[in-house]
Design a protein around this ligand. Sequence first.
Ligand SMILES: [Zn+2]
Length: 260
Amino acid sequence: MSGQTVTIILDKIYNKSVPKPTSLRPGYDIEYSKAYCHIYSIEQIEKMVEMEKIYDNLSIIRSFETPQQWAIRVKATLQTLIAEGYRSFYHVFCLFGSFGQGVTKTCYNHWAGRELPISYHRPSVHKSQMAICFKCWKLVKITEVKPRKEYFDGWRRWGYEIKSEDLMKDHWDNSCFKAEIATIAKNTIPSAPNFEPACISPARQKMISPTSYQSSNCGSNTSEIFISSLYAKQNNLLPSINYLNRPVLKIDDGTEITIV
Ligand SMILES: [Zn+2]
């Protein structure tokens, strides 16, 4: 399931087999996502709900908190989750701010001998409409987008769709990159690479290379990046311990980041 994204498709015929979503945010509606991703087995549903709940619990902005305080509180945990490869269907490119609590309905399953989830509703979208971007780690306001008219070749008909990236497009085009530059400019530690575990883009890797080094391990696809423990501490990176008893972070493409 990891890496899969949900596209909202609005089409009279299609929405008879896949329910019309309750929200125009891709991945928000679990019933829609389940049908879209063909998740039918109890084990798959349980796994999916478990992961979505972890992200959703982090997404809840508490009543006494400002979005800024929320972002500071959850950032390190969020970075660790992404670095370890745990992905959500809804929080794909950002963590959307939520309000309230998720609701899980369970039913006793005789075969499994325990209560299993049969449905799950996320917490509500927070009225501030704020989110934490996984690329620049800044707070972003998510404005609703209109579904795009698309021609579906397979069906040979027109329909409407919204993809997860559509909600981020405005931010990516206008302020995401600028925010990254601002972060680098503010960085006064000469030896500190600008490390973002969620998006090591080719451009990013270039930024890392002058102050750190990478080594490719022949015979495996795993590459390594080394960063200083001082930098890790300052940026709240939470590593786990590898087999050599050294702190290490692992990112999606298998790259290991060792803290030295
Ligand atoms: Zn951004």
